[in-house]
Each structure stands twice: as structure tokens, then as C-alpha cells.
Design a binder for this molecule. Structure first.
Ligand SMILES: Cc1cc2nc3c(=O)[nH]c(=O)nc-3n(C[C@H](O)[C@H](O)[C@H](O)COP(=O)(O)O)c2cc1C
Length: 203
């Protein structure tokens, strides 16, 4: 796969921040360029779930995330945008990317994307992915789903958005929570067309 164009990764304010972070870790360690947007509403959940107090400054966010993952950025593989930077490069369809992953995706962000609101950078880039027919992978996190959630996801699915819920298949010798997270991240990367061996495939 061409590693020069970035993949956009968005983390929104839903439980399961680890799915986004583990996806980021895989991409950076395999030298894929990533442009990361963390929804400002997700800062609280970062603290709750990962113990990281995210700061509203993109240079500090970059350092916090790289320190957490114990990765250096000497090859400039990570770029961070704030969710209010609607002038960011990926907000334009003329900017070339490999597509976008939203993990986890809140029902609020999914509703915003399904109705084309583009009210923040995450929703705008998703809108661009849909209009340009570029890959968009959404990892919805809520349970149970209401008819509103399901209708929004159906609408997006009909627009060729890949809906990848974090549902573990237990055929892959899952014994720890990390195995389960890797199974989901492997499925997210599969949906984005990124080779990985994060889970045991059915043979
Ligand atoms: C601790 C916590 C956990 C939440 N978990 C979820 C969740 O799993 N799924 C969801 O759709 N919303 C969840 N929410 C609600 C969203 O955070 C809320 O709708 C928010 O406006 C979404 O913003 P965003 O999509 O712009 O990031 C949670 C909120 C809190 C405070």
C-alpha cells in the first residue's frame, strides 16, 4: 500500500478510546502517516479510560500520545489537528488521503455525518470522504442501539461507509482483553485495506 498519503484517524467521545489508540499505534509502528483528530468532547473519556489528561494544544497532544505509545516522531508520521480547525488540509476534497477511520464513533458524530452537518473537522472530513467516494470506516460504540442509531448507520452503509462494530469473534483464540482489542483493530484495518496479522484468521 502507498504509505505517502496519510490516513485520517478520528477519536470521538464514546467509550472504547483504546480502539482508536491501538489502531494509531499499529499505523505509526508500521510507518503509515496518520493525521489524528480527537474530539474535544472525548478529552474527559481519555482521562476516565486511559488516565491521559488531554490538553487543548496540538503540540502537547502529539507529545502526550507519542509518550503514551512510547513512539518517537522522527519520521514525521503523526500530525494532530484540533476538532475546531475546519481549515485543515483534509477538510478539502483536493487533499489526497488513504481514507478515514473513526474509532470509536459516538452516536452523536454518526448522526451529524448522516445528516451532512459538517459542524466540526471530524464531521467535515467524513463528509468529504463520502462525496469523494474515499474509504470511510466507522466503529460505532453504543449498546443497545436505538432505531435512530440503526437508521443513521443504514443510511451511511448505503453510501458505502463501512460500519465495523467492536464485536469480537471468539474463533480467534481470544483469552485476554488485549486479544479482543487486537481482534477489533485487525478488523478495522482490514476494512481500511491495511495488511495486518493482529488476529488469528479462520483457516
Ligand atoms: C463517560 C462517557 C461515556 C460516553 N460513552 C458514549 C458511547 O459509548 N457512545 C455514545 O454514542 N456516546 C457516548 N457518550 C456521549 C457522547 O460523549 C456525547 O454524545 C458527545 O456529545 C459526543 O461528542 P462527539 O461525537 O463530538 O465526540 C458518553 C459520554 C460520557 C461522558
Amino acid at each position: 500500500m502507498n504509505k505517502t498519503e496519510p490516513i485520517i484517524l478520528a477519536i470521538t467521545a464514546a467509550s472504547g478510546i483504546i480502539y482508536g489508540i491501538r489502531t494509531l499505534e499499529f499505523l505509526l509502528k508500521n510507518e503509515h502517516k496518520v493525521e489524528l483528530i480527537i474530539s474535544s468532547k472525548a478529552y474527559y473519556i481519555f482521562e476516565q479510560e486511559l488516565g491521559i489528561e488531554i490538553c487543548h494544544d496540538k503540540n502537547i497532544i502529539e507529545k502526550q500520545i507519542l509518550d503514551y505509545l512510547n513512539i518517537d516522531n522522527k519520521n514525521q508520521v503523526l500530525k494532530v489537528w484540533l476538532d475546531n480547525e475546519i481549515w485543515a488540509s483534509p477538510a478539502s476534497g483536493s487533499y489526497k488521503t488513504k481514507g478515514m477511520i473513526i474509532a470509536p464513533a459516538s452516536m452523536a458524530s454518526i448522526a451529524s455525518i448522516a445528516s451532512g452537518l459538517s459542524e466540526n473537522l471530524i464531521a467535515r472530513i467524513a463528509d468529504v470522504m463520502i462525496k469523494e467516494e474515499n474509504p470511510l470506516i466507522i466503529v460505532p460504540r453504543e449498546t443497545p442501539f436505538s432505531a435512530i442509531h440503526l437508521e443513521n448507520m443504514l443510511k451511511l452503509s448505503k453510501l458505502r461507509v463501512k460500519i465495523v462494530p467492536p464485536i469480537i469473534g471468539f474463533y480467534g483464540k481470544i483469552t485476554t482483553l488485549e486479544d479482543g482489542i487486537d481482534f477489533i483493530v485487525g478488523k478495522i484495518l482490514d476494512a481500511a485495506g491495511i495488511h495486518n496479522d493482529l488476529y488469528q484468521r479462520w483457516d
